[in-house]
Design a protein around this ligand. Sequence first.
Ligand SMILES: Nc1ncnc2c1ncn2[C@@H]1O[C@H](COP(=O)(O)OP(=O)(O)OP(=O)(O)O)[C@@H](O)[C@H]1O
Length: 263
Amino acid sequence: MTLQYEKKIQVDHLTKVFLKNRERVMALEDINFSIRDGEFVCILGPSGCGKTTLLRILAGLEKPSSGDYNIEVNGSERPLQSMVFQEQGVIPWMTVEENVALGLRMRHAPKKLIKERTNLYLEKVGLTKYKNLFPKELSGGMKQRVSIARAFANDPEILLMDEPFAALDEQNKFILQEELLSIWEETKKTVIFITHSIDEAILLSDRIFLMTSQPGTIKEEVKIDLPRPRQMTQVRSDPNTADVFLKIWNHLQDEVQESRNQS
Ligand SMILES: Nc1ncnc2c1ncn2[C@@H]1O[C@H](COP(=O)(O)OP(=O)(O)OP(=O)(O)O)[C@@H](O)[C@H]1O
């Protein structure tokens, strides 16, 4: 039996040009890819290669200069996308619970549904007993849990994550990565996740898109075939991942060198 996968995101010949100090900067050039429903894709590339710009376009926050993209819609009630950022994702004057419920409230979901979904995701990220606290009373890891709970509670068609764990210490990062994977495996959301960490990309991804330095293009896709559920300790001790790590490392070294030569 062959499995038929539904396409969720399609991007065709997408470019983005910015005006910077009156000069045209080609941030993205001819980006093409498709992502299937429920797939977890990480984007890795040198600083300034256009990763955030690509995510902002898919989030509808920025318009492409040319080219197009499409996100398949399965439920008319759902928002198209939710975004999780590295920082500033939580509203300081709202409690943990209110923060998680925010997206649902903003689209006037029924009260019962808001309660159910908020409680469910508070539970999944282990914040139930902290639900009445305010962000200033939380650690960095807890704040990112709030952002993740809100993104999933909102039940978007796709999830866009821009280095959500970059500011966390190593230990917290591992815990949150595994928590994210466990929620993703239950919900099977389509995720695009930006990271600078090769380990993180290998742990999380079905596929990794490797980007070139400016202008950003997708140079290569790396398929990660490791069985799931995955844990960082297993991924690190798997001999096959050493080759993948090295391949990605070399790519990034070349691209960082290239961007240095340009500047
Ligand atoms: N609003 C803007 N106006 C002008 N230039 C911009 C704007 N947004 C991004 N750029 C430029 O586009 C390029 C890509 O930026 P972007 O933030 O997408 O890169 P990135 O890969 O996410 O970088 P990093 O890894 O450092 O976060 C950079 O040269 C940046 O300066």
